[in-house]
Design a protein around this ligand. Structure first.
Ligand SMILES: Nc1nc2c(ncn2[C@@H]2O[C@H](COP(=O)(O)OP(=O)(O)OP(=O)(O)O)[C@@H](O)[C@H]2O)c(=O)[nH]1
Ligand SMILES: [Mg+2]
Length: 304
């Protein structure tokens, strides 16, 4: 995971260990580092921010000529990354579901994103996450569009022993979401997970349809599912999606296959919303709550 960004960090630290932490040399090093960040899916504005922050941190450092500069720089890097990754705050799904259950209402979550990012798989993982922790779950197949979408979610529902609400292909997806919420309210089901069709952010009709699903289901949360492998594109998509619906957070899937690592940094910085989970494989258990500290550790750890 993230081999390339780790390498960029490692090489910066290596170079710095033998050089002065000031002047033109440092400028050059950081400029070079910025390019490495951008090459590894860190959005340009975010890379600039990181480098500026590092400059500030480093210029305040008093390190003797022969002292190892790697340690203070690693610490500075950790601080800067942590601040970015925590900038969206946090969102505790279990606590929210608990509160709604106390109030006798279901927690309704709608998952959105472009085609093939991992929405349906992520929903199955989150359904298992909730049921393993004592919450009852119903799935809503509000993807009435893509061939095979209903069967795909249904297969997960069967394997997980969950009910799924569905309508015919071609029917109004908002009506499916509405029915699932009504079902949950009538039966005291705790959590409603709404799967939606993948849609390009440039398709206005489909974006408006998504807004309708969110409105009609009175969703408590709308979560953006991004594909880590699409890097900076995922960030642009999230920004565009947020023009049509309120995004409360994101989930980054396929992080296991991501050799770069910049997507999470960019998405956290630009959306200013928390990353709630990362997907780390295709199995139901391959979902990890996003933890900025351990993420930073994976990126910088071991290189000092
Ligand atoms: N390696 C890996 N693969 C994943 C992960 N999440 C999803 N996938 C795979 O990505 C592919 C697409 O996943 P789906 O869940 O169908 O994606 P989707 O967003 O629902 O797709 P559409 O409904 O067509 O827009 C599948 O082959 C999944 O197994 C992940 O975290 N890691
Ligand atoms: Mg799907």
């Amino acid at each position: 995971m993230f081999e390339r960004l780790r390498k960029a960090f490692g090489s910066l630290l290596e170079k710095v260990s033998t050089q002065e932490l000031s002047g033109k040399k440092l400028e050059e090093l950081l400029e070079d580092f910025k390019l490495h960040l951008v090459e590894n899916d860190v959005a340009y504005v975010v890379a600039e921010h990181i480098v500026e922050k590092l400059k500030e941190e480093v210029s305040g450092l008093r390190v003797g000529r022969f002292e190892d500069k790697r340690k203070p720089l690693t610490e500075a890097l950790r601080r800067v990354l942590l601040e970015i990754l925590s900038s969206g705050g946090s969102l505790n799904l279990l606590a929210l579901a608990g509160e709604k259950r106390e109030a006798g209402k279901p927690l309704t979550i709608v998952f959105v994103g472009i085609n093939g990012t991992g929405k349906t798989t992520t929903i199955a993982k989150i359904a298992k996450y909730f049921s393993d922790r004592g919450f009852s779950v119903v799935l809503a197949c509000a993807d009435t569009y893509r061939a095979g979408a209903i069967e795909q979610l249904e297969a997960h529902a069967k394997r997980l022993g969950l009910k799924m609400v569905k309508h015919e292909y071609g029917s109004d997806p908002a009506a499916v979401a509405y029915d699932a919420v009504a079902h949950a309210e009538a039966r005291g089901v705790n959590v409603v997970l709404v799967d939606t069709a993948g849609r390009m952010e440039t398709n206005r009709n489909l974006m408006e349809e998504m807004a309708k699903i969110v409105r009609v289901s009175e969703a408590d949360l709308v979560l953006f599912v991004g594909d880590a492998l699409t890097g900076n594109d995922a960030v642009a998509q999230a920004e565009e999606f947020s023009r049509f619906v309120r995004l409360d957070g994101s989930i980054l899937a396929k992080v296991d296959a991501d050799v770069k690592g910049g997507a999470a940094i960019s998405i956290a910085y630009i959306t200013k919303k928390p990353i709630i989970f990362v997907g780390v494989g295709q199995g139901y258990g391959d979902l990890e709550p996003f933890n900025p500290e351990s993420f930073v550790e994976k990126l910088v750890g071991g290189s000092d």
